[in-house]
Design a protein around this ligand. Structure first.
Ligand SMILES: NC(=O)c1ccc[n+]([C@@H]2O[C@H](COP(=O)([O-])OP(=O)(O)OC[C@H]3O[C@@H](n4cnc5c(N)ncnc54)[C@H](OP(=O)(O)O)[C@@H]3O)[C@@H](O)[C@H]2O)c1
Ligand SMILES: C[C@@H]1O[C@H](OP(=O)(O)OP(=O)(O)OC[C@H]2O[C@@H](n3cnc4c(=O)[nH]c(N)nc43)[C@H](O)[C@@H]2O)[C@@H](O)[C@H](O)[C@@H]1O
Length: 310
């Protein structure tokens, strides 16, 4: 099976390429310099030339809460254009299968947790990442419309919770919480600082999954597609539990060996109070998460020490 992977140089893409099942497929993973997904003609020409059997759309303009607040228009435009170009040109070229990656941030900010797939668009979005969320909803709906109007194709959207892991973005200006906390606590431990600052009061809750697990889930979905396709084209992918931000800081401190204190900067944005997703559909398909938080953080910290803090 020939697979076109977008976002192959990103955290999710790299974990897909490093997965033990990747060798079972012919995977084409053009970088953004080889294929700019913002250029519709290039996307159309590339897909027509390579004629993939399946596309995994893992490219995107991605960042944490601070990055999203800084550039909502950029997150909206770039993710919308990438999603529409990849998905629409795939369908126009006759590609039968697509796995599109959305995000749990596209759920309504005040929706009852755990979040179920049928709650999408049932309420106001989280303002801190509204642009990104609108783009994710657009691509998700495009996949749904295509699959509903053409029984010969299966365009599946997976909705992951927050992710972290090897190949994560550790830039403090654009990273998500776990890589930011790993960097902050590591530097405090190395410099002998006595306190580390937590954004907000630390009571917000998040569900973070080790990115290697999403790669594993994607290959399970591909296997299911090869067996005739998953029962649902829209599935949450999470670990089934969340932790408070304060608990994440403590978990990272335990891995790093930091024994200092924490302070809270209440001026910082905190985003959604909670975004725990209901992963029953993917669990019923036969895939479940298995990486413990401490193990995931340890492996991510090991990557940080080897590849980032050099
Ligand atoms: N990280 C999370 O917490 C999280 C949570 C839920 C869902 N997701 C979703 O998972 C997917 C992957 O996220 P990630 O964390 O792996 O992101 P990432 O590490 O930032 O990687 C983004 C990828 O997209 C590529 N890209 C960006 N602009 C492009 C363009 N114009 N043309 C072609 N490629 C372009 C990048 O290539 P270059 O490096 O060459 O620019 C990179 O390979 C995204 O759809 C994201 O929305 C992520
Ligand atoms: C999955 C992603 O979720 C994103 O929302 P979101 O979870 O709040 O994004 P994060 O940046 O991971 O923040 C998660 C929570 O951690 C808190 N936090 C505490 N300390 C820090 C820190 O040092 N750095 C960061 N970054 N956060 C920190 C932050 O206030 C927020 O409540 C969306 O903006 C994206 O679009 C995407 O959907």
């Amino acid at each position: 099976m020939r697979v076109l992977l977008t976002g192959g140089s990103g955290m999710v893409g790299r974990n897909i390429l490093e997965h033990r099942s990747a060798g079972l497929f012919e995977i084409l993973a053009p970088s953004s310099s080889e294929l700019n997904l913002l250029d519709q003609a290039s996307v159309k020409d590339y897909i027509s030339a390579v004629q993939p059997d399946l596309i995994i759309h893992a490219a995107g303009r991605v960042g944490g809460i601070q990055a999203n607040i800084a550039d909502p228009a950029g997150f909206l435009v770039q993710n919308s254009l990438m999603g529409i170009h990849v998905i629409n040109e795939a369908y126009r070229a006759g590609v039968k299968y697509c796995i599109n990656l959305a995000s749990s941030c596209m759920y309504p900010r005040d929706a009852l947790n755990p979040l179920h797939e049928n709650q999408i668009l049932k309420g106001e979005l989280e303002p801190t990442n509204e642009g990104y969320a609108l783009a994710k909803v657009t691509a998700t709906k495009l996949c749904q419309y295509i699959s509903e109007t053409d029984n010969d194709v299966s365009y599946v959207t997976l909705i992951p919770c927050n992710l972290y892991g090897r190949h994560d973005n550790f830039d403090p200006h654009s990273s998500h919480m776990i890589p930011a906390v790993i960097r902050k606590i590591h530097e405090a431990h190395k410099n002998g600082s006595f306190t580390v600052e937590i954004w907000g009061d630390g009571n917000a809750r998040r569900e973070f999954m080790y990115a290697e697990e999403l790669a594993d889930c994607i290959f399970s979905v591909i296997a299911e597609i090869q067996r005739g396709g998953p029962a649902s084209g829209l599935m949450n992918v999470g670990i089934g539990r969340d932790y408070s931000i304060n608990e994440y800081y403590k978990a990272v401190a335990d891995v790093v060996g930091y024994k200092g204190e924490f302070s809270h900067d209440l001026s910082r944005p905190v985003g959604m109070r909670q975004k725990l997703i209901d992963s029953s559909r993917i669990n019923n398909m036969g895939w479940c998460s298995s990486t413990r938080l401490a193990d995931g953080i340890s492996k991510t910290y090991e990557y940080f020490l080897q590849e980032v803090d050099i």
